[in-house]
Design a protein around this ligand. Structure first.
Ligand code: PEP
Ligand code: MG
Length: 889
């Protein structure tokens, strides 16, 4: 195979082979843009190297051939003593892995060529500084020498001279540093720094290959779910210098504002500098627009190029460039990252400009971005006082009093205060405090830290790793830059979408996107801004494109109505247990405690009308649309008092001789129903089989509510769903009872009632015997929360808070399987059950009602698996609509 491509030979579609950077350098070269000539060594060569520990046969010869061609083009040889060609050797994988892999600049310098460079540039300091950088980078990257050793030597040189800035070191000082660096190399490796330019290049290339498997790169890939076997390409590029004087410089540019999507001139420029200087923040950059004054010619050329790139890539591009003595060079471009709002606006603008189709536009925005746009936000018009910044770990805007421990968070929130829990980092002991808080702020830890993972799981606003804020839990305070102090009780505002932390209360407003979905903003009116119009346009397109329906999980008429406004096409899961809380708990208690049939029937009879009213409201809100009502699912003891508390209360009462018969009975029942593993115990269909009359009461309530709606002229479409079924026998028994109950109610009311009766698939056994279960089930709804729990053996209530952050950090998985469906394991059961269910009953309706129904990646999987609908919380309905559309488009 061909292992080396000149920039003139590649193009942007060869990213697998040439990596992102190499493919785009080739594309720019072919567009006739000023790219310093060079060549790219393929990922295939890297893969061979990693597999065999040696470069593939023929690679050296190919590199030599391309290098010779490069030398001919440039009119000078690599490291030529009187006028050296210098090259950079840079990694560039298929997927960007910022800062993970290696780069070596200024290859070709040695004791002779450094003088040639000095003479040619007329700048001796520059030449020695370039040489110094080479030895340092080569030492660190290729020879694996601790970078501190070099940094320390620089510090010593500065101290000796009594200066603080690198810029104060002159040519002689830098020549001295080169000497020192070379002895560091000799001491650390036992050999001399290689002065042969071709050896420098060869070894740098191999070092880049090897850096693919550096521990931090491996970890990064695991977390970002980038396959580990892709390898990296290597770009060898002739050097241009931004540090040759004030007529030189380096910068970054965006063809649009990546924050808002606005067209214009965005970026930064730094005179007399190289790329690393910008990153290191040694000197302050100036806004790109200033380049117009500094170097009008280069500025005009840059703007022309930016326009060309945007039209060519048909998207926002970001660019790295260097100006060498008034000559502009393009060093990199790629389709740039952007905020959620910018993504929608840019895609919309590009459609208007005729650069992309609506179909492409919809595929350039994601459900995750839409979800971000739906969070409440800080009012942009309000003043704000920035305290510091961290990572945007979990989106949203939260305001509250700063507290520094969980206990206080709980105590204050119970008395009605909004609090922000501020910790250095959180651990499982903080869980209750996190639940009580409006938002969470930590000064340590990244996006997979405990705080971040748990907050995202709870949908709670979180800023993490705000290192500039010194959280002092002992003294209950936090110190911000400039010595500003936040004491316990001071109000702060945190923005989980940007990572910003503000002092005081910043007013929060509802997102205009939500107001649009709620029907409060007419997309055709003036009130609709560009963002709302873009969202509206893309939603319409997605709705027309999608095959799957989207329903909502809703337990109240209000939620159902809201879901419908958000575009839900029915209720996919109405959890009836939520109707048994509050005042009704005592009725449930009576039911559980009933000793005789009569007592039980009385309790059921008292519950029935209440249930019926709930259903009437939901059926009305979803008139004409299906409503899947799930019969009672949770373990009964959830409706009873806590066993410990009750035991103590009864013991105290007994000691006083005041114990009531009722208390004793209650305690007995609580003991009887107590389970070590309630999630695997008496719940779901098992309850229906064990507690006589319970499910029948619920079915009667559903049927009576439907009859009432029919009489009111409505079109109720209930579907009855049995949870936690493991075998068809369970389902058959309940089904017979249910069919009978519906028939009776229909006859009593003189109306026709006919509801589908189906089941949830929540247990591995149900999935594996779906062919049998489908004989009795008219539909399946995958309860992927329980299915994930039972397939992995993970307690859904515990593991995310306890050890998932550890798993995520170690890269066991890149995202919690409770958040995004585990397609390999759980997904396989979903496919099996779907296939076998439909083999038994062609046209069997299939849906999903676990949390995954609103997760973008999972929605795509469900589309592929042939499901008919997904059901998710009302707020996620637009996200699911968009993703179902993208999956089908
Ligand atoms: C499920 O298990 O996925 C489900 C929807 O049911 P619940 O979350 O109520 O157990
Ligand atoms: Mg369940």
């Amino acid at each position: 195979p061909k292992y080396v491509y000149e920039f003139t030979e590649g193009n942007k579609d060869l990213k697998d082979l040439l990596g992102g950077k190499g493919a785009n350098l080739a594309e720019m070269t072919n567009l006739g843009l000023p790219v310093p000539p060079g060549f790219t060594i393929t990922t295939e060569a890297c893969r061979h190297y990693l597999e065999h520990g040696a470069t593939p046969p023929g690679l050296d010869a190919e590199i030599e051939e391309k290098l010779t061609a490069l030398e001919a083009k440039m009119g000078k040889r690599l490291g030529q003593p009187d006028d050296p060609l210098l090259v950079s050797v840079r990694s560039g994988a298929r997927f960007s892995m910022p800062g993970m892999m290696e780069t070596v600049l200024n290859i070709g310098l040695n004791d002779e060529s450094v003088r040639g460079l000095a003479a040619q540039s007329g700048n001796e300091r520059f030449a020695w500084d370039s040489y110094r950088r080479l030895v340092q980078m080569f030492g660190r990257t290729v020879l694996d020498i601790d970078g501190e050793l070099f940094e320390d030597a620089i510090d010593e040189a500065k101290a000796r001279k009594g200066v603080t800035s690198d810029l104060d070191l002159d040519a002689d000082d830098l020549a001295g540093l080169v000497e020192t660096f070379r002895s560091i190399v000799h001491e650390a490796t036992g050999s001399e720094f290689p002065t042969d330019p071709r050896e420098q290049m060869r070894r740098a290339i191999e070092a880049v290959f090897q850096s693919w498997n550096a521990p931090r790169a491996i970890l990064y890939r695991r977390q970002e779910r980038i396959p580990g076997d892709l390898g990296t390409a290597v770009n060898v590029c002739s050097m241009v210098f931004g540090n040759l004087g004030m007529d030189s410089g380096t910068g970054v540019a965006f063809t649009r504002d990546p924050a808002t999507g606005q067209q214009g001139v965005y970026g930064d420029y730094l005179q007399n500098a190289q790329g690393e200087d910008v990153v290191a923040g040694i000197r302050n950059t100036v806004p790109l627009a200033e380049l117009e004054r500094i170097d009008p010619g280069s500025y005009a050329e840059l703007l022309t190029i930016m326009e060309k790139l945007e039209t060519h890539y048909r998207d926002l591009c970001d660019i790295e460039f260097t100006i060498e003595r008034g000559k502009l060079w393009m060093l990199q471009t790629r389709v740039g990252k952007r905020t959620a709002a910018a993504a929608f606006r840019i895609a919309n603008q590009l459609v208007d400009q005729g650069l992309i189709t609506l179909d492409e536009a919809v595929n350039r925005v994601t459900g995750d971005q839409l979800a971000q746009l739906m969070f409440p936000r800080f009012d942009e018009r309000a003043g704000r006082d920035l305290l510091g910044r961290g990572m945007n770990a979990s989106p949203g805007a939260a305001v509250g009093r700063a507290v520094f421990d969980s206990y206080t968070a709980i105590k204050w929130s119970r008395s009605g205060e909004d609090v922000i829990l501020c910790r250095r980092e959180t651990n499982p002991d903080d869980l209750e405090g996190m639940i009580a808080a409006r938002g969470i702020l930590t000064s340590r830890g990244g996006k997979t830290s405990h705080a971040a993972v748990v907050a995202r799981g709870m949908g709670k606003t979180c800023v993490c790793g705000a290192e500039e804020l010194d959280v002092d839990t002992k003294n209950r305070r936090m110190v911000a830059p400039g010595g500003r102090v936040v004491e316990e009780g001071d109000v702060i505002s945190i923005d989980g979408t940007t990572g910003e932390v503000f002092l005081g209360e910043v007013p929060v407003v509802a997102s205009p996107v939500v107001r649009y979905f709620e029907g409060e903003i007419d997309p055709a009116s003036d009130e609709a801004d560009e963002l709302v119009r873009a969202v509206h346009r893309f939603m319409q397109y997605a709705d027309a494109a999608r095959r799957m329906n989207v329903r909502a999980n809703a337990d109240t008429p209000e939620d159902a109505a809201r879901a419908r406004r958000m575009g839900a096409q029915g209720v996919g899961l109405c959890r009836t247990e939520h109707m048994f809380l509050g005042d009704r708990r005592t009725l449930v208690e009576r039911l559980i405690l009933a000793d005789t049939d009569k007592e039980r029937e009385e309790a059921l009879a008292a519950l029935l009308p209440l249930q019926r009213e709930d259903f009437v409201g939901i059926f009305a809100a979803m008139d004409g649309l299906p409503v899947t009502v799930r019969l009672l699912d949770p373990p009964l003891h959830e409706f009873l008092p806590d066993i410990t508390e009750l035991s103590v209360r009864v013991a105290v009462a007994e000691a006083r001789g005041e114990a009531h018969e009722g208390d004793l009975r209650l305690l007995q029942a609580v003991h009887r129903l107590h389970e070590q593993n309630p999630m695997l115990g008496l719940r779901g269909v098992r309850l229906g089989l064990v507690v006589p009359g319970l499910f029948t009461m619920q079915v009667r309530a559903i049927a009576q509510a439907a009859a009432e709606r029919v009489k009111q002229g409505g079109r109720p479409r209930p579907e009855i769903m049995i949870p936690l079924v493991g075998t068809v026998q369970e389902l058959e028994i309940i089904r017979d009872e249910a069919v009978r109950a519906v028939r009776e109610v229909a006859e009593d009311n003189g109306v026709e009632l006919d509801f589908p009766i189906g089941t949830m698939i929540e247990l591995p056994r149900a999935a594996l015997t779906a062919g049998q279960i489908a004989e009795s089930a008219e539909f399946f709804s995958f309860g992927t929360n329980d299915l994930t729990q039972t397939v992995w053996g993970f307690s859904r209530d515990d593991v995310e808070a306890s050890f998932f952050s550890n798993y995520l950090e170690k890269g066991v998985f890149g995202v919690s399987p409770f958040e995004t469906l585990d397609t390999d394991g759980v997904g396989r059961l979903v496919r099996t059950a779907a296939e076998e269910g439909r083999a038994t009953r062609p046209g069997l309706k299939l849906g999903v009602c676990g949390e995954h129904g609103g997760d973008p990646a999972s929605v795509h999987f469900f589309h592929e698996a042939g499901l008919d609908y997904v059901s998710c919380s009302p707020f996620r309905v637009p996200v699911a609509r968009l993703e179902a559309g993208r999956a089908a488009a």
